[in-house]
Design a protein around this ligand. Sequence first.
Ligand SMILES: Cc1ncc(COP(=O)(O)O)c(C=O)c1O
Length: 544
Amino acid sequence: MLSYNSISTPTTPSPNPSNGIRVGASTSAVINNSLQSTPSVPKEVAEIRLNLANDWKVLRSVHQMLVDEKAFCANPDEWHEKIVNFVQPEELKKLIDLKIEENQKYSLEEIQKICQQVIKYSVKTSHGRFHNQLFGQMDPYGLAGSWITEALNTSAYTFEVAPVFSLVETEVVRKVCELCGYGQGDGIFSPGGSISNMYGVVLARYRSFPNIKSSGMFGMPPLVLFTSEESHYSFKKAAHWLGFGVDNCVIVKTNAKGQMLPEDLEIKIIEAQGQGKIPLFVNATAGTTVLGAFDDFNRIADVCQRYGLWMHVDACLGGSALLSYKYRNLLKGLERSDSFSWNPHKSLGTPLQCALFLTRHAELLPQANSTAVHYLFQQDKFYDISYDTGNKSIQCGRKIDAFKFWIMLKARGYGSFGRLVDHALDMSKVFMDKLRQRPGFRLVLDDYQYGNVCFWYVPKAMREQTEDDKWRQKLYEVAPKVKELMIRQGTLMLGYSPLQYRNIGNFFRMVFTCFPIMDESELDFILNEIERLGDCTSLSNGCL
Ligand SMILES: Cc1ncc(COP(=O)(O)O)c(C=O)c1O
């Protein structure tokens, strides 16, 4: 608890206009000087006020600390550095003093030491050998943009508090609408792909049933969402959060490549109608999370048109193909959709989070989401209030996620990102060729549409054995074991996954992103490392 000693702020003008208190003056002098004035300031508060300018110095060391701890490892010469110093949770609790106390304070030097420890034991996701998620290394321009917006600490709701950033967001949305063929569409940056997908569901519902905004879904027949078995789980979450119920998120079958079967979609729509339900929304995916599959948007659009359903495309992963010169075709038919989601923080290297929701129905975004709050969105402001984009959002305060992306596009031109996407996907094809040629490696699918390459490694000791169920169970244990070794040794990070709906066990998932920019020797390193660790695992646990 704070001790509320009766002290007050100085009454005389201060030589330091920034905080009203002379920096370096002793607290007691300040306290004595200001006894006459009101209101009173508790002693501790006065001390914090006195030291505030000094506290800001903590920021000066942050960049150097990150560099010293090899947080970025942008240069391939540094990729021998560890990606992570892995320590089990209980051990880590002992290494970093996590407890937050009522009165214990730490000096600037101690805080710097703690920050250094935190960086030391964190995963260096910008290390060129981090391929564990759908995102990889960051674009440094993106990080610069991100730091600027963090430092300016504002919110995206009004032009009043985010003048430049409001214009930046508008420009990015305009450009993406132009690139995807939405013409007069609109959009908004959201706090992630899952939320963008929910925006799609909300707009679909609002278009068909605007009264739901005021009266809710009570007494209505169930509304149904359709998405494929390969699609992201956020649609089930949307069904729960938005009151559809997970049972009304109907799962559509896929073909061998992981693409939604339009024939099965149609069957499921008719089935739902037969049950007295209302088919509302179809999600097609551009780049599924595991296999990187792209649905056939034209065929799905045909079905949606026939039954009057909203077509959303979850392009959180594959939306970056919009910029590509060689692989833009993957998104053929996207222009027929009603909305789509795209996370530039995945393939492009924009710092997390950077997620866009776009719709061709510009008018629906504010209509569905505005609540006409006049303390924030006053209608009698002295500027063009169409730049107060908060009306379109489900959030009130909203981070500035457009700027870091915009500054990357300014720095390089969006054409460069097209070339980078092309290179990443080209390298994924080279990687597949290498997998086909190397003994012991097996692709899960014959081919992949995007930058996710899924494969198994069969350790030498297993290669001559009969490939029965027991053998397969052993194979499925290889990826988790190799992964454990990778993390313990800090040499490489690759994801692994099963495909439960296909009854397939664990395999590796290598994800190609714009950054790091890969070359063949790096692909060889990855395969050599998996071989080294995989053969070690199969022999004994001694190598752990
Ligand atoms: C295809 C797809 N859609 C949506 C999402 C969700 O995005 P977010 O993690 O930003 O919520 C993911 C996340 O990996 C994804 O792969």
